[in-house]
Write a protein that binds this ligand. Structure first.
Ligand code: GLP
Length: 236
């Protein structure tokens, strides 16, 4: 595992975008595993800039996102589909038909999880998986629990996660209580993993994930078992 520390969020974002761009330049048909949350926004901004400067081509790229809220359609402003359109997809030359997220409106979320895992498997896994991290150590929406869950699956969100994500909604009551998340199988199946964390509030969980015991109570700690992980931390 490589740990990289940056003085600023901006420096980390530029470096993360460069790492992703390098994957796409080496393999124009790359499969990118993407994440939502506030942390990767700067990375997406730099990817858009590279596209606008003509140094990055998304025309043959495929993306698979980590997660989606159950009960929100892609047109809902707080859906993760909407987030991705807003921060990346509609600003670059990606084929919309090659951008995938779990379907939060699927009538059977368990079956949707299986469909999604099959999709990721059929794509050959992700060439690089971008991750943020929750204050409780969650990746995607794999919340702390008694075991690492392998398949893509529906989850009940932790009260702390609902509270943390309430800032994006009009009120905490509007935050969906459930989500569907890529499981540890597809995340650990990525050829390469890039986890980003920013700010002193994330320092303890970042350190626990990188150096602490590998336990499902700190979901990101499983990454210690992956052969090619870079964890980036921005001090400010
Ligand atoms: C959400 C997402 C995670 C993300 C986390 C942290 O819960 N499902 O993928 O890592 O938020 O978000 P932020 O980067 O805004 O702290």
């Amino acid at each position: 595992m490589k740990i990289q520390t940056f003085a600023s969020y901006e420096d980390m974002s530029r470096s993360a975008a460069e790492a992703i761009a390098a994957v796409v330049r080496a393999k124009p048909t790359a499969v990118l595993g993407l994440a939502t949350g506030s942390t990767p926004i700067g990375t997406y901004r730099h990817l858009v800039r590279m596209y606008q400067e003509g140094t990055l081509d998304f025309s043959r790229v495929t993306t698979v996102n980590l997660d989606e809220y159950i009960g929100l359609s892609g047109t809902h402003e707080q859906s993760y589909r909407y987030f991705m359109e807003d921060h990346l997809f509609r600003h670059v030359n990606i084929d919309p038909a090659r951008t995938f997220l779990p379907d939060g409106m699927a009538p059977d979320p368990v079956a949707e999880g299986h469909r999604y895992d099959q999709l990721v498997a059929d794509l050959g896994g992700t060439d690089i998986q971008l991750l943020g991290i929750g204050f409780d150590g969650h990746i995607g929406f794999n919340e702390p629990c008694g075991e690492f869950v392998k398949p893509t699956h529906p989850v009940d969100l932790d009260p702390s996660t609902i509270q943390a994500n309430a800032r994006f909604f009009a009120s905490e009551a509007e935050v969906p209580r459930r989500a569907i998340t890529m499981g540890m199988g597809a995340i650990m199946g990525a050829h390469r993993v890039l986890l980003l964390a920013s700010g002193q509030g994330k320092k303890a969980v970042f350190d626990a994930s990188a150096n602490g015991p590998i336990v499902p109570q700190v979901p990101a700690s499983i990454l210690q078992l992956h052969p090619d992980v870079t964890m980036m931390f921005a001090e400010g």
